[in-house]
Write a protein that binds this ligand. Structure first.
Ligand SMILES: CC(C)(COP(=O)(O)OP(=O)(O)OC[C@H]1O[C@@H](n2cnc3c(N)ncnc32)[C@H](O)[C@@H]1OP(=O)(O)O)[C@@H](O)C(=O)NCCC(=O)NCCS
Length: 151
């Protein structure tokens, strides 16, 4: 198995956003690769434009990615107020790299980040990966409802 490289991006992922930086801070068209990676692996994140992805990264507090030979094979991000509430978004592992512990690695790194680790509640939404998150101590809540207002 080829070695993988985990990147804990700075808040807003400036290098990835503007220079497409990948492992070892090398320009690798990383933002375009991330777009294609999401198209291939995340049904809810298909067809995101490069400009919208830039905005999304710019406004994310924690961003973690995993790379194999200059190709993204894992991604995750989170928003946080640093004390009360955090939300995880877009936790994705490439379909050919699943089942190797990378998903767990992404979530653990996000949870251990300084912006998240002291927040009192960490939320996430999932369509069909409840069991994966329950292994990471997330529990389903029946006392609250998920409400959505769509644009
Ligand atoms: C869900 C996802 C991120 C898991 O990543 P992964 O790298 O395959 O998972 P890991 O190898 O880190 O698995 C960690 C543990 O969770 C378990 N697990 C992983 N996926 C699971 C699933 N769908 N159901 C039940 N358990 C699961 C593994 O067996 C493993 O258990 P272990 O530690 O006892 O061996 C990945 O399957 C994925 O990207 N799916 C497509 C996108 C998606 O649906 N993302 C979630 C959005 S909410």
């Amino acid at each position: 198995m080829k070695p993988v490289f985990l990147i804990k991006h700075s808040k807003g992922a400036f290098g990835l956003r503007f220079f497409g930086l990948g492992p070892n801070l090398k320009p690798t068209k990383g933002l375009f690769k991330l777009q294609q990676f999401l198209n291939r692996n995340a049904f809810w994140a298909k067809d995101r434009t490069i400009n919208d992805l830039r905005k999304c990264l710019a406004n994310s507090d924690v961003i973690v990615s995993i790379w194999s030979q200059n190709e993204p094979v894992g991604f995750g991000r989170a928003l946080s107020d640093g004390i009360y509430r955090s939300v995880l978004w877009d936790i994705v592992i490439d379909q050919n790299h699943q089942g190797r512990g990378y998903g767990k690695m992404i979530v653990k790194n996000i949870l251990e980040s300084k912006q998240i680790k002291h927040t009192k509640k960490i939320y996430l939404m999932t369509t069909n990966k409840k069991l994966f998150y329950s292994q990471l101590d997330f529990q389903e809540v029946s006392s609250q409802s998920l409400l959505v207002r769509e644009m």
